[in-house]
Design a protein around this ligand. Structure first.
Ligand code: ATP
Ligand code: MG
Length: 274
């Protein structure tokens, strides 16, 4: 298949129509239409004969306000894609930009700062601190940023309402259901108003109803707040909530599906041999 299939996940219009405008007030520093941009990214793990090419010349551009799913067989490079796109791993070749900023020249401290303040993460296992309340977990990224960020209490209230946890803000994770814990994690990912939220199997540990709830919430954040979301998933139903589905196989983008049904995604995955 065309190895450059991934070079145009979304078609960019000169007037910026590819990116739904964001209603939040921090867009002043934006010079790029892309929240995230990977250009010919190659990444290997291990060395010598044990080396595995996890990503092989991957190009992908995510405009602001887009919801992209990444799917593919186990070992196809999904996590590596997410790690490179979010500055958790450095590519061997190619470039990664977040909000038009090339990550390559950043040192470890600057990368950590960027991940903490400009990027949100949601994981399969929620990763909440058990001793902190829901509200304390949500506001933790702001406190970790010290003097560089101030808590926007209006945004906190809005987020609590969005994720439906206003009346459970004082509960600890152990007193919340899995779906509620994941909604705390989503609010935590959003508290700094990040350029992009990266979610790795966010519904993997949830029952069907809670999973649907979380997916509807992510979709709503994209549609109503203009949030950019990139989600890795095994689940065609989860991927059907996205604007585009990037299919990876052996570290390459083999296909891009647009706004399509779970059935069509499942059918395409079957052809990939999943
Ligand atoms: N730290 C590592 N050391 C060595 N090889 C690795 C490492 N991380 C990933 N790999 C290899 O790189 C390839 C891509 O791995 P990756 O974790 O990105 O796949 P994935 O699509 O996320 O798989 P899964 O669906 O199982 O999570 C695989 O062959 C994997 O074995
Ligand atoms: Mg993975």
């Amino acid at each position: 298949m065309d190895k450059h299939a991934g070079s145009a996940i979304y078609h960019h219009h000169e007037d910026g129509a590819a990116a739904p405008s964001r209603s939040r007030g921090d867009a002043g520093a934006r010079h790029s239409p892309w929240a995230v941009r990977l250009n010919s990214v190659t990444k290997s793990h291990g060395s010598g004969r044990a080396a595995v090419t996890a990503l092989d010349d991957v190009t992908a551009e995510l405009p602001y306000g887009s919801f992209t799913a990444v799917m593919g067989p186990s070992g196809s490079g999904k996590s590596t894609f997410l790690h490179c796109a979010s500055g958790l791993e450095r590519p061997d070749r190619g470039t990664v930009e977040i909000a038009g900023r090339d990550l390559a020249p950043l040192n470890e401290r600057q990368l950590t700062q960027l991940r903490r303040e400009r990027v949100g993460f949601v994981f399969q296992g929620f990763n909440l601190l058990p001793a902190l309340t829901a509200e304390q977990n949500i506001t933790l990224p702001v406190r970790l940023a010290g003097r560089r960020l101030r808590l926007d209490t209006g945004w906190l209230e809005q987020l609590l309402a969005y994720v439906g946890l206003t009346d459970r803000r004082k509960h600890r994770p152990g007193e919340l259901s899995g779906g509620q814990q994941q909604r705390v994690a989503i609010a935590r990912a959003l508290i700094t108003r990040p350029e992009v939220v990266f979610a790795d199997e966010p519904t993997g540990a949830l029952d069907t109803t809670s999973a649907r709830n979380v997916l509807e919430l992510l979709r709503q954040l994209v549609d109503e707040v203009g949030q950019t979301v990139l989600m890795v998933t095994h689940d065609p139903v989860a991927a059907s909530y996205a604007d585009a589905v990037l299919l990876l196989a052996d570290g390459r983008v083999t296909d891009v599906l647009h706004r399509t049904s779970a059935e069509a995604i499942a059918e395409r995955m079957t052809r990939l041999g999943v």
